[in-house]
Design a protein around this ligand. Structure first.
Ligand SMILES: [Zn+2]
Length: 252
């Protein structure tokens, strides 16, 4: 390679800057290659005497450059130099400071968390941390990372609907409601048979009233199914705000 550089410098009278640009290498390297080839570098005065006119890249010169580069894999040094020159020039402006990134990461937030919270790819955050010299943690397996309360649909540890409805407390509540109502349907007056203890304010929406006897009433199965709250999953707590006949006081 230094033969080509020497030729460009001495015969074509290109400047070290022009050679560096043409060969996509650092100017330092051009100078060193020339020194290795035993070429005395032109000093500033000599260089300025060469004029500042724009050199024309003649097809011959371009062909020579092309030939000199053909099939050549840039040395590791050159690759590193290019990377170093490039580094930092495409730096993305992130919404939080490097210090904040470092501290949030050390608090245990992962790259995906940064990505979800502030945008940008997880790799962008990882690269910035690496630039700061932070050693990245091994990514956790998704099954571990999103377990329990880390999962976006974490339900607060609630058991299944059926499990919740069959706790000892709720079974005791049901018995108390039946006893208070004399095992009689409060709608049609049916006594005994298949009776249900109905939650006046729905079980699903008012967990705080699940075992309040005053929130219960005895209904036969038929009447229970006719209530508008029976397995109605579309209702919200707000739907009960204006129920005047509701004997249960609830704070919203
Ligand atoms: Zn009934």
């Amino acid at each position: 390679m230094h033969d080509t550089i020497r030729q460009m410098y001495c015969e074509e009278q290109l400047s070290t800057y022009e050679i560096a640009k043409a060969l996509s290498i650092k100017r330092d390297l051009v100078c060193r290659e020339l020194k290795v080839a035993g070429v005395q570098l032109r000093n500033r005065i000599e260089a300025s005497r060469m004029g500042t006119k724009k050199r024309v890249w003649t097809p011959e010169i371009l062909a020579k450059i092309s030939a000199s580069k053909r099939g050549k894999i840039p040395s590791r040094e050159i690759v590193e130099r290019r990377a170093k020159a490039q580094r930092g020039t495409w730096r993305v402006t992130l919404p939080i400071s490097d210090e904040e990134i470092r501290s949030l990461y050390s608090e245990g937030h992962g790259l995906r968390w940064f990505s979800r919270t502030y945008g940008f790819d997880a790799s962008t955050w990882g690269n910035r941390l690496r630039e700061m010299g932070v050693v990245l943690r091994a990514p956790k397996a998704a099954s571990v990372a999103y377990k329990g309360d880390k999962h976006p649909r974490w339900n607060g540890g609630a058991r299944t609907n059926t499990e919740q409805r069959q706790t000892a407390e709720v079974r005791a509540w049901r018995k108390k409601v039946f006893a208070r109502d004399g095992y009689t349907c409060q709608e049609c007056g049916q006594k005994g048979g298949r009776l249900n203890a109905d939650h006046i304010l729905p079980f699903a929406l008012f967990p705080e009233l699940r075992t309040e006897v005053r929130n219960g009433r005895t209904l036969c199965e038929k009447c229970h199914k006719e209530t508008d709250t029976y397995t109605n999953t579309r209702m919200t707590r707000d739907d009960f705000r204006t129920l005047g006949e509701c004997s249960v006081s609830v704070s919203y």
